[in-house]
Design a protein around this ligand. Structure first.
Ligand code: HAM
Length: 444
């Protein structure tokens, strides 16, 4: 590089993260917790490429995502390609492709990386990882309950207490039937729904202004509908709208679903669940139950994650409908939550022992000792640097390796080693197999 050319930036691309080993160790811990809960409910893992044909997203995803938030480009063959901004269309595509062979009901999960061209800020990046848990082929409310209970149990597996988070539920049919009563058309309803989804992210005045632009004649009624309702009761009793505008039939079905969800969750010991009439979620494809999980601390104001029922998504492939319900949980918001509630784990290195070498020690002897340790399932690194023993120990400690063994002439002669636990400052002497037993015992 010439002396005058600008220095290359060392930062990752805007809104993305590098995962140094420490962050990667956290990521592994996080995914492991997610995987364990999903698999305990009989869910199996799947995956796919992050590249998708762009038209996959134009059919049913919320418009903001398609027009403003995707990374879309033309490949060298002239095809329009999008980096997936969510996993749901991909999983729907995969199921449509093999629908006749797949053994329904399907319980599937995946932890893909997701790309959205957003303004990076707390809780929002341009690339994040998102656990997707979806159940296909069950129409009844039991599926919604199962999905919510998995979400709840993942939070518990992270160490969260009930009072740390709140599960807010609603049903798309609620809003839709209200809009229908007001004779608001399908397209306008979608626009209002998307705007309501942003309600907490924009200023109150701005929200009212945008709402009046979409439906000037009904903005007041909708604001009344969204106004905070008293605690408890399923149906709000302080509607500031004409009772004749309140829908019945279809809404009654949604009310029954919501009561059922609240009651069953209570029986399952899930008490931090509430009905929130103003909850909408951004995507167009939701058809029934929707839910979002919020941090109660107020420090992470956005929702932590959410999902819902989407029974019609397979329509876009000209396939018969398959009932589906699921959620997406992002790693960024969850990490913020864990930080706020002091639930971040203290993680050691995957390396258990570092062999620190004195001058003159035979490499064959060192390699043989390392081999014995590794064959016994103890991950072992060797410090070949030739630095002072103190420096070798410091490196091991900084790398969060829990044990060191110093090897010098004495060890070579006696085949006896001293194992030092760096955190506890404890030392034990023995041959390799005795020390292996000690490490294994300490681990269990
Ligand atoms: P979503 O609400 O758009 O839903 O995203 C789900 C979660 O992913 C969010 O609640 C958040 O935790 C995380 N997330 C989304 N965008 C970002 C971002 N830019 N930066 C960091 N985290 C983010 C969906 O994507 C649905 N497809 C979920 C679903 C699955 N519904 C049914 N099945």
């Amino acid at each position: 590089m010439s002396k005058d050319s600008p220095k290359l930036s060392r930062e990752p691309y805007k809104g993305t993260r590098d995962f140094y080993p420490e962050e990667m160790a956290f990521q592994k811990w996080l995914f492991e917790k997610m995987r364990r809960v999903c698999e305990s409910y009989g869910y199996v893992e799947y995956g796919a490429s992050p590249l998708e044909p762009a038209e996959l997203y134009t059919a049913k995803t919320g418009e903001e995502i398609v027009n403003e938030q995707t990374y879309t480009f033309e490949d060298r063959g002239g095809r329009k390609v999008t980096l997936r901004p969510e996993m749901t269309p991909t999983v729907a595509r995969m199921i449509a492709a093999r629908r006749r062979e797949l053994p329904f009901p399907l319980r599937w999960y995946s932890i893909p990386n997701i790309f959205r061209y957003e303004q990076p800020q707390r809780g929002r990046l341009r690339e994040h990882y998102q656990l997707n848990v979806d159940l296909f082929g069950i129409k009844g409310i039991e599926a919604d309950i199962e999905i919510i209970s998995i979400a709840y149990n993942i939070m518990k597996a992270f160490g969260a207490k009930d009072e740390d988070f709140e599960i807010r539920i609603n049903n798309r049919k609620y809003l839709q039937s209200f809009f229908k009563k007001l004779h608001i058309g399908a397209e306008t309803s979608k626009n209002i729904t998307r705007l309501i989804d942003k309600k907490d992210k924009i200023d109150k005045k701005e929200f009212e202004k945008r709402l009046s632009e979409i439906v000037p004649e009904h903005a007041k009624k909708i604001l009344g509908y969204l106004a905070p309702k008293p605690e408890g009761g399923i149906l709000p009793d302080d509607y500031k709208i004409d009772p004749s505008d309140i829908p019945s039939n279809e809404q009654v079905e949604a009310v029954a679903d919501i009561s059922n969800l609240l009651n069953t969750s209570d029986q399952k010991g899930i008490r931090n669940i509430v009905h929130d009439l103003a909850l909408t979620r951004g995507f167009d494809y939701y058809t029934g139950t929707i839910f979002e999980v919020f941090d109660t601390s107020g420090e992470n104001k956005r929702s932590l994650f959410g999902g819902g029922r989407y029974d019609e998504l397979l329509d876009i492939f000209d396939e018969e409908k398959i009932p589906a319900v699921g959620f997406g949980m992002g790693d960024v918001t969850v990490r913020n939550f864990l930080e706020t509630h002091k639930l971040l784990p203290k993680l050691e290195s995957t390396t258990k022992v570092s062999l620190c070498l004195m001058q003159g020690v035979s490499p064959e002897f060192v390699n043989e000792s390392a081999k014995l340790l590794r064959e016994s399932g103890i991950n072992t690194s060797i410090d070949w640097s030739g630095r002072k023993i103190g420096d070798q120990i410091k490196s091991a400690d900084k790398s969060k390796i829990p044990y060191i063994m110093v090897i010098g002439e004495n060890e070579m002669k006696t085949n006896t080693f001293t194992l030092k636990n760096l955190a506890a400052g404890e030392e034990n002497k023995g041959n390799v197999s005795e020390l292996v037993e000690l490490i294994k015992k300490a681990r269990s």
